[in-house]
Design a protein around this ligand. Structure first.
Ligand code: FES
Length: 107
């Protein structure tokens, strides 16, 4: 698989120096990523590009700015909506869900 992982981020800095793999849940799937890398980077490395669906038009959204400014990458993380996954470091055991409007459930 092509490596889409973000190695250096303009806000969070450099990642993967320790290369500690951690498990996390994405919807109904268990994935692995490097602790401390942006959640969005771990998802991108797994080929996942859709993070949310817009509230009104239900259009797919994903990484756009990658620096925490646009909100296109927001997802439900550990039950919290609107988490900017491009600037949120990955931790062991996180539960990351696609966001539909303002929830993790499709309307
Ligand atoms: S991609 Fe713009 S805030 Fe995350």
């Amino acid at each position: 698989m092509e490596n889409n992982r973000v190695e250096v981020h303009p806000i969070l800095g450099e990642f993967n120096t320790e290369k500690k793999l951690v498990k996390f849940r994405y919807n109904d799937t268990e994935l692995e990523g490097y602790e401390g890398e942006p959640i969005a980077s771990a998802l991108l490395a797994a080929g996942i590009k859709i993070h949310r669906y817009s509230l009104k038009e239900k259009k797919a959204r994903g990484i756009f700015c990658a620096i925490g400014r646009c909100t296109d990458c927001v997802m439900v993380v550990d039950g919290n909506i609107n988490v900017r996954t491009c600037v949120t470091p990955l931790k062991e055991g996180m539960v990351v869900q696609t966001q539909y409007g303002l929830s993790a459930k499709e309307a």
